[in-house]
Design a protein around this ligand. Structure first.
Ligand code: 13P
Length: 282
């Protein structure tokens, strides 16, 4: 079924697992993400940046997510990732996205509350879920670099006020992860996460999932992470395989010979991640 973030995260909480949220960077990647979820028998969150949504067309993403959710019998959430602009949020919701993230993390605290609240009020009218962020996740986000001196962790006391006043469905936390970190791994502040988890009672979201060590996945899920964002690993996997294929194949060969190996790579990465996020190992 085509569902909301709130619904899948509620089930994840009961099962002490996280739902994988995978950034698709084009229309072609999307089926591979949903097929991997079908094989792993878990719900899946497909997310797009505003840039990708505008380039592919919001309604195209909505149509494919809905039709594949039905055809494959998988619960699919279509989520807008890191929208900083209310206009982009309205566009996605009106086109049929079932979840959005408003990212007011660079705003002063009070403004972040006010703007997030506006988004929640609008989204509620459409039955759409809202994720918001408090604190700063470092690294590179859609080409924009957040310098390390601008990074600050989510403050648990502020988180209590933020959640109560905004009515959001999920909170993205800053605990040491970085967007776009694929050449090394992150040192997570588990203590910070523990304090946030003890302070608020809503599902928590980890960004920069590519840079999280496999061994840390279980630890953060046990500390309340319910949505696990992964983007760069898919992008790098696709680009590497793509280069290999385009270099090896003749230029007049059908394009599917270059694209299908990339899709297989995406399916392999998503499957492996979902398996970790099920949090089954002892
Ligand atoms: P990575 O690209 O580092 O995996 O992070 C994805 C993400 O957090 C999207 O919001």
């Amino acid at each position: 079924m085509y569902v909301t973030l709130k619904e899948v995260l509620k089930d994840a909480d009961q099962l002490n697992m996280a739902i994988g949220a995978f950034n698709t960077h084009n229309l072609e990647m999307l089926p591979a993400i949903i097929k991997a979820a079908e094989k792993q028998k878990t719900p899946v969150i497909v997310q797009t940046s505003c840039g990708t949504a505008n380039y592919v067309g919001h309604r195209n993403f909505v149509a494919i997510c809905k039709s594949m959710a039905e055809e494959y019998g998988v619960d699919v959430v279509l989520h807008l990732d890191h929208a900083k602009d209310f206009g982009e949020i309205r566009k996605a919701i009106r086109a049929g996205y079932s979840s959005v993230m408003f990212d007011g993390s660079s705003l002063p605290f009070k403004e972040n509350i006010l703007e997030t609240k506006q988004v929640v009020n609008f989204a509620k009218k459409y039955g759409v879920s809202v994720e918001a962020e408090l604190g700063t996740v470092g690294g590179t986000e859609d080409g924009i670099v957040v310098s390390q001196d601008k990074v600050y962790y989510t403050d648990p006391k502020n988180a209590v006020k933020f959640v109560a006043e905004t009515g959001i469905d999920a909170l993205a936390v800053a605990i040491g992860t970085n967007h776009g970190q694929y050449k090394s791994k992150t040192n997570i502040s588990f203590d910070q996460l523990k304090q946030i988890k003890e302070a608020v009672d809503i599902p928590l979201v980890i960004h920069g999932g590519t840079g999280v060590k496999d061994d840390d996945v279980k630890k953060v899920i046990d500390l309340g992470i319910r949505k696990f964002n992964v983007g760069t690993e898919l992008l790098v996997g696709w680009n590497r395989k793509s280069k290999e294929c385009y270099d090896a194949n003749k230029e007049n060969i059908s394009n599917r010979n270059n694209v299908i190996p990339c899709l297989d790579k995406i399916e392999e990465i998503v499957s492996r991640k979902i398996n970790l996020f099920k949090n089954l190992s002892e």
